[in-house]
Design a protein. Structure first.
Lengths: 194, 171
C-alpha cells in the first residue's frame, strides 16, 4: 500500500533546503503532508487538531533540518517527529476525547474490502458498517498512545514492521507484540457492539 | 458476531478513506508558507532596535561605514604608539604637551574675581595659567647648530632627527 519513498529525490530536496531553498522544503511538504495527515488524524481522531499538529510538525522539521545528517531516510525522520509530537499533544490533552471525524472519501465504494464487507453474502450491511467505523474510532481512542501509533502505521497506513520500528526507535519484536495486544483490545471492544 | 482478525484488518484499512475535504492540502501548504513568513517577521525586540539604530545612522551620518572603523583604528594605533614610547623612555624624549598642559593647568589655575569696588579692576587670571610647552631635550641638542668639520666650511645639516614627527598634543 505504501509508496516506496525515493531516497535520492528526498536527499536532493533536503540538500537544497539546507542550502537555503525554501521551495525545496515546500516540495517535501506537498509530498508528505497526505501521509502524515493520515498518521496524525488516526491518532487524534480530530481534524482540527490534526491540522494544527501537522503545521507544527513541518515547522519543527524545517527548524531542525539543518542538523539532519541523513543517517536515516527523511521519510523516517519526519515520521518520528510527527509521532512524538502527536503523543506529546495527546498526553497534554489527556482524556478529553473530541472526535471530529473526516468524511469517508467517495472512493471507498470502489474499495475491494468495502465491497466484500457490504456484499449481500456478508452480514455486515452498509448502515452497520458506518456505525462500526464510529465504534472502531472510539475503540482506537481507548488504546494507549503507543498501541494506537503501531495500529495506525501498520494496519491503516500499511507500513512494514521494520519501518515502524525505526520510526518509534524500538525493536521489531516490540512492534509485533504491541500490535498483537492492540488487536485483542479492539476486537473485545467491537464484540461488545455486536 | 465476533470480529476476527481478518475483519478487523479490513475495517482498519477502510480508515484510509477518511480524508479531509477537497483542496485541503493546497490550503495547508499556503497556510504553512504564511506561518513561515510570520515567524521570520517576529524578531526579538533588541534586534529590531539595533536595526532601527543602524538605519538611523545610515540616514543621518553620511560618512562611509568603514571610516568609523578606520578612524577608530587610527586613534587606537596612535594611542598605543604613544603609550609604548612613554613606557620605553619614561624620563626623556618627547613629553606629551597635553600631559604638561593638564598638570600645569590643574595645579595653577586660580581665577581671581574682584567684587565691584572703587578700583573696579577686571578679574584676572593667574599668569601661570598660560600653557607651558616643554621643549624636548633632543631638540635642544643643537641639532641645527652648525657643526664644525675637518674642513673650513661649517656644515648646516641635520645630524640628528628632529624631535618628533608625531603630532603635538597642543590642541
Amino acid at each position: 500500500m505504501t509508496d516506496e519513498p525515493a531516497p535520492n529525490e528526498d536527499a536532493q530536496l533536503v540538500a537544497r533546503t539546507q542550502a537555503g531553498d525554501p521551495a525545496a522544503f515546500d516540495a517535501l511538504v506537498v509530498k508528505y503532508s497526505p501521509r502524515l495527515y493520515g498518521l496524525v488524524y488516526n491518532m487524534t481522531s480530530n481534524h482540527e487538531d490534526t491540522n494544527d499538529l501537522l503545521q507544527d510538525v513541518f515547522a519543527k522539521a524545517y527548524r531542525s533540518i539543518a542538523g539532519f545528517r541523513g543517517n536515516s531516510a527523511f521519510y523516517t525522520w519526519v515520521h518520528s517527529i510527527a509521532v512524538n509530537m502527536t503523543i506529546n499533544f495527546l498526553k497534554k490533552r489527556g482524556r478529553r476525547m473530541l472526535m471530529s471525524l473526516d468524511d469517508m472519501d467517495a472512493g471507498v465504494e470502489n474499495d475491494k474490502e468495502f465491497i466484500e464487507l457490504t456484499s449481500s453474502t456478508n452480514p455486515v450491511h452498509e448502515a452497520d458498517l458506518g456505525e462500526l467505523q464510529i465504534r472502531l474510532n472510539e475503540a482506537m481512542m481507548k488504546l494507549s498512545y503507543d498501541h494506537r501509533a503501531v495500529v495506525t502505521m501498520f494496519d491503516i497506513q500499511g507500513m512494514p514492521h521494520a519501518e515502524i520500528a525505526k520510526i518509534l526507535g524500538v525493536s521489531e519484536g516490540t512492534v509485533r507484540s504491541r500490535l498483537f495486544y492492540a488487536h485483542r483490545q479492539l476486537q473485545n471492544y467491537l464484540e461488545e457492539f455486536h | 458476531m465476533p470480529v476476527d482478525d481478518q475483519m478487523l484488518s479490513k475495517l482498519l484499512r477502510l480508515k484510509r478513506f477518511e480524508q479531509p475535504p477537497a483542496g485541503y492540502y493546497e490550503d495547508f501548504l499556503r497556510e504553512f508558507q504564511e506561518r513561515q513568513r510570520a515567524e521570520l517577521l517576529r524578531r526579538p525586540t533588541w534586534r529590531i532596535l539595533l536595526d532601527r539604530w543602524e538605519a538611523f545612522r545610515e540616514e543621518y551620518f553620511t560618512v562611509a561605514n568603514f571610516s568609523y572603523a578606520t578612524a577608530s583604528a587610527a586613534v587606537l594605533c596612535v594611542a598605543a604608539a604613544l603609550t609604548f614610547n612613554m613606557l620605553e623612555h619614561p624620563g626623556s624624549g618627547v613629553r606629551s604637551s597635553a600631559v604638561a598642559l593638564a598638570a600645569n593647568t590643574t595645579a595653577s589655575v586660580q581665577p581671581s574675581y574682584a567684587l565691584a569696588s572703587a578700583s573696579a579692576r577686571p578679574p584676572t587670571l593667574n599668569a601661570s595659567l598660560t600653557p607651558q610647552i616643554r621643549i624636548p631635550d633632543a631638540f635642544l641638542e643643537s641639532s641645527f647648530a652648525p657643526v664644525a668639520t675637518d674642513g673650513n666650511h661649517p656644515r648646516y645639516i641635520l645630524d640628528t632627527r628632529p624631535a618628533s614627527y608625531e603630532p603635538p598634543f597642543s590642541f
